[in-house]
Design a binder for this molecule. Sequence first.
Ligand code: GDP
Length: 406
Amino acid sequence: MENLRNVRNIGISAHIDSGKTTLTERVLYYAGRIHVIKEVRGEGAVMDHMELEKERGITITSAATTVHWGDKKVNIIDTPGHVDFTVEVERSLRVLDGAVLVLCAVAGVQSQSITVDRQMKRYAVPRLAFINKMDRTGANANNVISQLESKLGLTVVPLQIQIGSESNFQGIVDLINRQAVYFDGEKGDTVRREPVPADLVDATERARQGMLEALSLVSDELMELLLEEQEVPLELIHKTIREGTIAQQICPVLIGTAYKNKGVQLLLDAVSEYLPSPLDREIHAKDNNDGMAEVALSPDPELPLAAMAFKLVEEPFGQVTYMRIYQGTLRKGEFYLNARQRKKARISRILRVHADQKEDIDAAGAGDIVAVMGLECATGDTYCAEGTNVSLESIYAAEPVIDLSI
Ligand code: GDP
């Protein structure tokens, strides 16, 4: 079974028109799943990957798509941007371990940004913010950062500053590593790291100090080093960002332009480094055999299965049920109890959905998200293995362990 530490179940949320679709397509492109740059078709015409993306748009916006980034497996779960708190939206949020909140660098925090942020808070979903459209006239990352603080009440920690502005937006200074990062090639495929340009050295040091001071509020160890004016080890910076993000004490902020192919790879790095794995979340369910007593589930593939059907979708290849497995292992050919229907159902086919292909798999373990064919159920239904009878409808994430009021 795979190492759950390397799994990320994330959603990408945004106010309409902020670039969520463009960003998602770029993520799929960089994460290597849409890798057919040129494909000769029957009549000899050549299709580039953007056309392929369009043709496959239906799977790109699948309820859940799996991509790989370095040693991480990232399941991107489609989170509807509805303004209302429908049960459907809430279910999608419940299966996330983390999220990326996309904002427009010109428009800033908009009504749906506020709504999705409120929903994320309600389900204790840790998040990163990505300020997109940095190339547009009027783009102002500092304004957006102030709005994230004032309108959403987030403790933001910018990890980057921009090189050039508006149509001259050239790249990003990575404050942690004190490096300028540029994205070369038509699709920004090559990430080039260089020393910070001379005219940005002072701004970089000031912003880096600001970042460390913000982080010192969530790490005593880091604070002590700052007070003693000692260099803070990179490892400690990463660890503090990760732990602070997971406990939702901080919201790291990244910048870029999805459309102009700048910054997306660094966002994927941040998703890998700072958003939680299924092991970092506590999941509770109700025990139907024990007067609905609350039981904690453990993402252990050896324990009896507990999985939730969170979305039913008509895909081009048929009706599918998207499931998140919270405990145990879902196996093809096995029978499991649908706790609501009180009857057993056989799992005839399990699929992993990639952007440009679907893969038949025999089993999927706790922490994973897969598509199951041929099930008759409703969203929110729980499937359990012999010996368990729990309902996940009551699931919630653990409260942050650390007191936020410093
Ligand atoms: P969504 O509604 O949030 O999914 O937004 P889309 O991805 O559909 O983008 C909305 C519009 O903004 C489209 O016309 C995109 O081409 C454009 N767009 C997306 N990202 C960027 C960006 O980084 N810079 C600029 N200038 N335009 C962008």
